[in-house]
Design a protein around this ligand. Sequence first.
Ligand SMILES: CC(C)(COP(=O)(O)OP(=O)(O)OC[C@H]1O[C@@H](n2cnc3c(N)ncnc32)[C@H](O)[C@@H]1OP(=O)(O)O)[C@@H](O)C(=O)NCCC(=O)NCCS
Length: 199
Amino acid sequence: MSSSEWNLRRLLNVSEAEIEGLADVLIDCVEGGASVSFMHPLTHERAAAFWRRIAKAVAAGERALLVAEDTGGICGTVQLTLDLPENQPHRADLSKMLVHRRARRQGLGAALMRAAEALALECGRTLLELDAVTGGDGERLYERLGWRRVGVVRNYALMPRGGFCSTTFMYRDLSTAIDASKTPGCQRSSKVIPCGHEK
Ligand SMILES: CC(C)(COP(=O)(O)OP(=O)(O)OC[C@H]1O[C@@H](n2cnc3c(N)ncnc32)[C@H](O)[C@@H]1OP(=O)(O)O)[C@@H](O)C(=O)NCCC(=O)NCCS
C-alpha cells in the first residue's frame, strides 16, 4: 500500500485498539490547530474517553462511524448522528471529520465525505447537516462537494489555543444527489468496504 492509499470501512463495534487509533487522530488534529470541540493540549485520556462515549453510541445504533486506515493504522474518520427527534427520520448530522496530518491533501477528506453520504443514504437519511470553522479547510472541502451554506454565526467557538472562530452551518440534500459512489474521491480509495445496515 503506498502512502496515498487507504481503506474505508464502517465500524459497527469499536475495539479498544480502534479507540486508541481514533484518539491519536483526534489529538493530532487538535495539535495541528483544528477547532473540533477540544482545547489544546488534548490528553490521551480525554481523547480516549470521548471515543469510548462515541463507541457506546455506535453500538446502540445512535451513530454511524467510518474510519480510514493506511499502513500506519487509522488515519481518518467521520461520523453521522442518527439519533434525532422522531419528526426528523430523514435527517442526520455529520461530525468529527478528521484526517491525520500525515494523510492530508491526498483526497481522503473527499473520500470520507462521499462514503458518509453513501452511508447516510443506506440508513435512509437524505438531509445532512454540519458546522465548520468559517474559512477553514473543512468548509472549503464541503463547498467543493456540493454542500450549501446556510449562514455564519460569529464567534461561535474557540480555537484550540484560544481566540474565537466563527462557524458556518451547512447542509446537503441527498435526495437530489446522483450516485455518490462514483465520485473521484471514492475512486481513489483502495477499497470501500460495504457499510452494512442499521440495527
Ligand atoms: C478538513 C480535512 C478533513 C480535509 O482532509 P483532506 O484529506 O486533506 O482533504 P482532501 O485531500 O480531500 O482535500 C484537501 C485539499 O487537498 C487537495 N488535494 C486532494 N487530492 C490531492 C492530491 N492528490 N494532490 C494534491 N492536492 C490534493 C484538495 O484539492 C484540497 O485542496 P484545497 O484545500 O486547496 O481546497 C483535514 O484538513 C482535517 O482533518 N483538518 C483538521 C480537522 C478539521 O478541521 N475537520 C473539519 C471539521 S468541520
